[in-house]
Write a protein that binds this ligand. Structure first.
Ligand code: SF4
Ligand code: SF4
Length: 172
C-alpha cells in the first residue's frame, strides 16, 4: 500500500490480489506478528501470509515499519494514476467497484465451497474453487450448472489482473 488512492483500497494487503509477500532481512517481523500477521517459510524464504494483520480496512497501521516490499510495490492502477493517465476520481471509482464485486463474489464462492472456516485469501479461495470443479464427477456439467458464479469469478479475476497486477517487484 502506498498512499492517496490507496486509502480505503488495500487489495494488495488484504489477500485479494496476492497470497503472500516476501519478508526481507531487516524487516520488522515482530511488528507484523504483533499486528496479527502470520509469517511462514514458503518456498525459499519467509513470507507473510495475506491478508495482513496490519491492514485495518482503510490503511496500513504500521506504515513506518512496513516490510520492504510494501514500500516499493505499486499496482498498475497506482502507476497509471501517478502518470496522470487516470484521474483520482476514476481510480477511486475503479477501486470501489472492484471491492464491491469482490464482496459479492467471495461469499458466493464460500457458500459454494461450504467452507467450515472461510479463507480470508481470495487467491486461495479461487484455487479451491478450481479444485472443486476439477474433482466433480462431471466437471463440465458442474461448470454449466454454476455458470453464473463462474462468470462473476472470471469477471473479478480479469479486473484484478488487468487493472491491478503488473510486472513490478511484487508479492505472489
Ligand atoms: S492495490 Fe494499488 S491502489 Fe490499492 S492499496 Fe495497493 S497499491 Fe494502492
Ligand atoms: S504491512 Fe501495511 S502496507 Fe504491508 S501488507 Fe500490511 S497493511 Fe499493507
Amino acid at each position: 500500500m502506498t498512499d492517496s488512492i490507496c486509502v480505503g483500497c488495500g487489495i494488495c494487503c488484504d489477500g485479494t490480489l496476492f497470497r503472500h509477500l516476501p519478508i526481507a532481512p531487516g524487516d520488522k517481523r515482530e511488528v507484523l506478528e504483533a499486528a496479527g500477521s502470520v509469517i511462514a517459510t514458503i518456498g525459499t524464504g519467509p513470507m507473510m501470509v495475506l491478508g495482513c494483520g496490519a491492514f485495518d480496512g482503510q490503511c496500513c497501521t504500521i506504515y513506518a515499519d512496513r516490510p520492504t516490499v510494501c514500500g516499493t510495490f505499486t499496482c498498475a492502477l497506482y502507476r497509471r494514476h501517478a502518470a496522470g493517465e487516470v484521474t483520482t476520481e476514476d481510480a477511486k471509482v475503479a477501486i470501489a467497484e472492484t471491492i464491491a464485486l469482490r464482496d459479492t463474489v467471495r461469499p458466493a464462492v464460500e457458500e459454494f465451497l461450504d467452507l467450515a472456516t472461510p479463507s480470508t485469501n481470495l487467491v486461495v479461495l479461487f484455487d479451491r474453487l478450481a479444485d472443486a470443479f476439477a474433482r466433480a464427477p462431471d466437471p463440465d456439467a458442474a461448470k454449466q450448472a454454476n455458470h453464473k458464479l463462474l462468470l462473476y469469478v472470471s469477471g473479478l479475476q480479469l479486473r484484478l489482473r488487468t487493472m491491478f497486477r503488473n510486472d513490478s517487484p511484487a508479492p505472489e
